[in-house]
Design a protein. Structure first.
Length: 89
């Protein structure tokens, strides 16, 4: 933990690539529900340092999400009213 996090319990997602851990999991642009787990509230792709994916799978995932967006299975962005709750991304 860094000095910034001292004294505070920071929620850290387990840093293991779930695609490496479970070979039965597939990255498929035709499965938007599975991909949506790796996008933020605003529709952005969750960065690798947060999701814990390895470089290879993060790349495949990003590509799949972009494909899914292109055929309107996933949103590019969410047109929600901008409130303080949605400022984080
Ligand atoms: Zn992996």
């Amino acid at each position: 933990m860094t000095a910034d996090n001292r004294g505070r319990r920071v929620f850290v997602k387990h840093k293991i690539c779930r695609f490496c851990a479970d070979p039965s999991l597939r990255i498929d642009y035709k499965e938007p529900n599975a991909l949506a787990v790796f996008t933020s509230e605003r529709g952005k792709i969750i960065p690798r340092r947060i999701s814990g994916n390895c470089a290879r799978h993060q790349r495949q995932l990003a590509l799949a999400i972009k494909r899914a967006r292109n055929i309107a299975l996933l949103p590019f962005t969410t047109a929600k009213v901008r409130t303080k709750e949605y400022r984080e991304f």
